[in-house]
Design a protein around this ligand. Structure first.
Ligand SMILES: [Zn+2]
Ligand SMILES: [Zn+2]
Length: 242
């Protein structure tokens, strides 16, 4: 009998796109929601920049104010015209401590990659931890997006302000062990500057980490060096890591 070293019975949709984990342009928005460019424009720019794949993470809610099928058809058209792998995905919010998500079953089914994240201010830290644990157990989740952000509010420019100091090392280790077991990808989010030691802990626990650009306009990719340059990973924890 051949025993697979990876004996997990869990199969995730993202596994079909394993070859793009390290070189894909992960987490892209369009003008279907708060992005500034079309699906085609984002794909064209991604191809120009040499990415072999682009993975969209369009914002969704249970009730959409746009037609998800139109979005999918734009993706199919871009895919036909361009020489880049175009993968439809969506980003949904974690709603409660049960880890329920603001997404319809239909949209979840039609998305090749489901990104889950916190966008609303967290009221209670214990509830937050519980919602992370339950979200990581939710079978439809592929990626935990901007995982370092525990929002306590929004800045005047609409960027989430994180609750400090955030998780303890022990809490993070426990959570990352669960993420690894359930094959949830974790973002190293350029926009939200995921701390380096946060990522290190995830990797030590066996989690696959993707670089997420969280791109909202072609300009984010035009000035990729500058965009990436604004990414100064700092450490979150003061404890020495063993
Ligand atoms: Zn987000
Ligand atoms: Zn996003």
């Amino acid at each position: 009998m051949i025993v697979n070293k990876d004996d997990s019975m869990i199969v995730k949709k993202w596994e079909k796109y394993k070859e793009y984990l390290e070189n894909g342009l992960w987490h892209v928005h369009t003008n279907y929601t708060d992005g500034k460019n079309t699906v085609f424009e984002m794909c064209q720019k991604a191809q120009e920049k040499g990415f072999p794949a682009i993975i969209f993470a369009e914002h969704v809610r249970k009730t959409l104010n746009y037609n998800f099928d139109d979005f999918l058809s734009d993706i199919a058209k871009a895919s036909d015209k361009l020489d880049i792998k175009v993968i439809p995905g969506c980003e949904t919010s974690i709603m409660d401590s049960q880890g329920n998500l603001d997404i319809s079953e239909e949209v979840a089914k039609k998305s090749e990659v489901v990104f889950a994240s916190f966008h609303r201010p967290v009221q209670n830290y214990a509830d937050y931890l519980l919602s992370v644990v339950n979200m990581l157990k939710n079978p439809i989740v592929d990626v935990w997006a901007h995982p370092n952000i525990i929002p306590k509010g929004l800045s005047s420019t609409g960027v989430m302000i994180p609750l400090e100091p955030g998780m303890t090392v022990e809490e993070l280790q426990t959570i990352m062990t669960l993420a690894a077991k359930n094959k949830i990808l974790i973002e190293n989010n350029i926009r939200y500057k995921t701390p380096k030691d946060f990522i290190d802990i995830a990797k030590i626990q066996g989690v696959r980490v993707i670089t997420a650009y969280d791109a909202h306009r072609v300009g984010d990719l035009d000035n990729l060096d500058e965009y990436k340059g604004s990414y100064i990973p700092k450490n979150q924890f003061s404890l020495p890591l063993v």
